[in-house]
Design a protein around this ligand. Structure first.
Ligand code: TRP
Ligand code: SF4
Length: 404
């Protein structure tokens, strides 16, 4: 029962390593905000994940934990419908991380694409640590501790969700078997005949141990092709392929955030590391200045020179903020040299300020009253701990750690 319920649970986290910007808003937060009407949402500050890379700068994390929660609230995450909490305040994440690390093959963590990517990207940091290698296992624990069915993330995180599924599957395979189910499945396997039984067992092993999808599909096809076995046996053979009767840790799905990339001030993807961001609660004067000093199509030396919007980062922002009519105005005006870049930027500045206005307003009450933020987070932590406790008890007992 908790399984069906938990499939409606959404969980996601962010690392508090810097202030949030409009790229986070368009790329992630808008998605969170839409989901909170439909799902039981849990959003957390991944401070331990931040420590895996910023272990020598704890003050950055400390500063950004609260700022990040205010940014979430400012963008419209509603504490009435979503639980907001901090990872390190729910120590069950750490226990599950430890327990999952027992069954996670080293090759799985080493082959996660983001591992080598992050090592390269952060080459100024010393990241050959045990903690950093375990990053995706900790993330798996974050998700599985709430038995969350859905995880809204950007495309870069999909390999981590995939690995979470593999770890859950392996866990369920090792610890989740229901003895009655297994006996019946064995009888059904024998009914396949000598050759097909052997084939089925081999494919199942490949899939369970290596996560080999092709083996899973071949086994499914093998079972489907058996015309002479009863339906109940067929279902059992399908089910057995997924690990057996009981799924203690359900496999989550990723909910992909819109693939379109939020452009920054220089035409590259908006990102802290490129220094091309507008922060979520940036002062209006500063927004104005940042847009006014953006470089434009270099062909437009004089105001009358025609330009090409496709060569201009300002137009990339119009694609996000302007309707069809306004974009047409830009294209015509730019190509014919009838509008200047200053004119072109003006409505853009207005749209950004308008978007940020409600955020600044919502943020104000929280900035003035930090205790309010703390109490929202306390409540979220408490709810999170209740769910986490019940999962960790099931996990302990599945692993035989419930002796008294
Ligand atoms: N690794 C994620 C990121 O960098 C943050 C994160 C940590 C996360 N744990 C999570 C996201 C669990 C979703 C679910 O964006
Ligand atoms: Fe860019 Fe607009 Fe100037 Fe054209 S008119 S170059 S799109 S800022």
């Amino acid at each position: 029962m908790s399984l069906i319920h938990s499939q409606k649970r959404v969980l996601s986290g962010m690392r508090p390593t810097g202030r949030l910007h409009l790229g986070h808003y368009h790329g992630v937060l808008k998605n969170w905000i839409n989901l909170q009407h439909e799902y039981d949402c849990m959003f957390f500050v991944a401070d331990w994940h931040a420590l895996t890379t910023h272990y020598d700068e704890p003050e950055i994390i400390q500063e950004n934990v609260w700022q990040m929660v205010v940014d979430w609230l400012a963008s419209g995450v509603n504490p009435g419908s979503s639980s907001l909490f901090i990872q390190s305040r729910v120590p069950e994440h750490a226990e599950l991380h430890l327990l999952l690390s027992m069954i996670t093959p080293l090759s799985w963590v080493e082959r996660v694409p983001s591992y080598k990517d992050m090592l390269v990207k952060n080459n100024e940091r010393e990241l050959s640590t045990y903690g950093f290698l375990g990053y995706p296992v900790l993330q798996s624990a974050d998700i599985l501790i709430y038995q969350a069915g859905n995880v809204p993330v950007g495309a870069d995180q999909v390999p981590h969700i995939e690995m979470t599924r593999e770890i859950a599957r392996r866990f369920n395979h090792i610890y989740g078997r229901d003895p009655g189910f297994e006996d019946l499945a064995e009888v059904a396997i024998r009914k396949l005949g000598r050759k097909n039984s052997k084939l089925y067992r081999g494919l199942r092993r490949d899939y369970m141990e290596q996560g080999n999808q092709e083996s899973r599909e071949t086994a499914l096809a093998l079972v489907s092709d058996q015309k002479n076995i009863p339906l109940s046996d067929r279902d059992r053979l399908f089910g057995y392929l997924e690990g057996g009767g009981k799924a203690i840790l359900p496999e989550p799905q990723s909910l992909l955030t819109d693939a379109s990339v939020m452009p920054g001030l220089d035409g590259n993807k908006m990102s802290k590391s490129y220094g091309n961001t507008i922060s979520l609660r940036e002062e209006p004067d500063s927004v104005d200045k940042k847009i006014k000093t953006m470089t434009t199509d270099p062909a437009r030396v004089r105001r009358k020179d025609p330009g090409d919007p496709n060569k201009c980062p300002v137009f990339d922002l119009h694609k996000i903020y302007s309707d069809a009519e306004q974009k047409e105005w830009v294209i015509q005006g730019c190509r014919s040299g009838s509008i200047g870049c200053v004119d072109c930027k003006k409505p853009l500045i207005e749209s950004i300020l308008e978007e940020q206005q409600p955020m600044r307003e919502r943020a104000k009450q929280y900035e003035e009253n930090p205790d309010l933020v703390k109490s929202i987070v306390s409540e979220g932590c408490e709810k999170a701990r209740n769910i986490a406790k019940s999962t960790i008890e099931e996990v302990r007992s599945a692993m035989g750690l419930d002796y008294r």
